[in-house]
Design a protein around this ligand. Structure first.
Ligand code: NAP
Length: 256
């Protein structure tokens, strides 16, 4: 119930999927959550669902000025920041992503959200976190960081960079004596709206879904809560000796 009691958390991409499940879980464990997302269609509904004094801010993670506004509002409203979860992400799979034919626009769009968004989040959050008792940064990478992705090169490269970047942030903060930890999570196939475009509809969806689960040793899709539970652990003081590491949560897929 109180694993992150009285901690203040910012979660990006929290209107949907993994981010939303994480916001619900952190709030249920006592945190106040600043929910941010570029999609504000259901902002009121999400704040009500999460409760516990949490607020929603419309926020595009690629925009430095919007990051500054989110940090300023968090500081003004709550006086501190203990947890940052960089979860916003896009696959970019609506565009070609092989090494020969990927457009520079596609490459930059995917890198902009998945990598620059994480960089900006850490850059803007560290000064506020270090003013208080330190904190925990959790960056959502992907199983795609650990394998070759010949048809999703921008996505794979962005997520591999997040993995390495998170370790650099962890060591930098430790060296500076900031008491800020930083870790990444590498989710496998988690059934969220992110998969809708790839899976399609009806029988096609069933067939493609089966192909995905056939490749997962546990034989099922992961659920957003499977990642949210891990974030709670990394965000809480239970993981006070854990920094610069990564948690692979993929039903055994990468162990094959
Ligand atoms: P999701 O359901 O699509 O949620 C992602 C959220 O991020 C959406 O609300 C999306 O808004 C928002 N977003 C997109 N661009 C943004 C921007 N520039 N600024 C702020 N918010 C933005 O996806 P998910 O599956 O929960 O994915 C969450 C994270 O987990 C992503 O980083 C993803 O790469 C990672 N991940 C997911 C899986 C998986 O199997 N689901 C596996 C590995 C890693 P729109 O809907 O308007 O775009």
């Amino acid at each position: 119930m109180n694993r992150v009691k009285n901690k203040v958390a910012i979660i990006t991409g929290a209107a949907s999927g993994i981010g939303r499940a994480t916001a619900v879980k952190l709030a249920s464990e006592g945190a106040v959550v600043v929910i941010t997302d570029v999609d504000d269609r259901n902002a009121d509904g999400i704040s009500k669902e999460i409760g516990n004094g949490s607020i929603f801010i419309k926020h595009d993670v690629t925009q430095p000025s919007q990051w500054e506004a989110v940090i300023d509002l968090t500081s003004d409203r709550f006086g501190k920041l203990d947890i940052l979860v960089n979860c916003a992400g896009i696959t970019g799979i609506n565009a070609i992503q092989d090494p020969e034919n990927t457009s520079l626009d596609t490459w930059r769009a995917v890198m902009g959200v998945n990598l620059e968004g994480v960089f900006l989040g850490c850059k803007c959050a560290i000064p506020l976190m270090k003013q208080g008792d330190g904190g925990s940064i959790v960056n959502i990478s992907s199983y795609a960081a650990a394998i070759a992705t010949p048809m999703a090169i921008a996505y794979g490269a962005s997520k591999a960079s997040v993995r390495q970047f998170s370790q650099s942030v962890a060591l930098y903060c430790a060296q500076q004596g900031y008491k800020i930890r930083c870790n990444s999570i590498l989710p496998g196939a988690i059934l969220t709206p992110m998969w809708d475009e790839f899976l399609g509809k009806g029988r096609e969806r069933e067939k493609r879904s089966q192909e995905i689960t056939d490749d997962i040793p546990l034989g099922v899709w992961g659920e957003p809560d499977d990642i949210a539970y891990a974030v709670v652990y990394l965000a809480s003081d239970e993981s006070k000796f854990v920094t610069g590491t990564e948690l692979i949560i993929d039903g055994g897929q990468s162990a094959q």
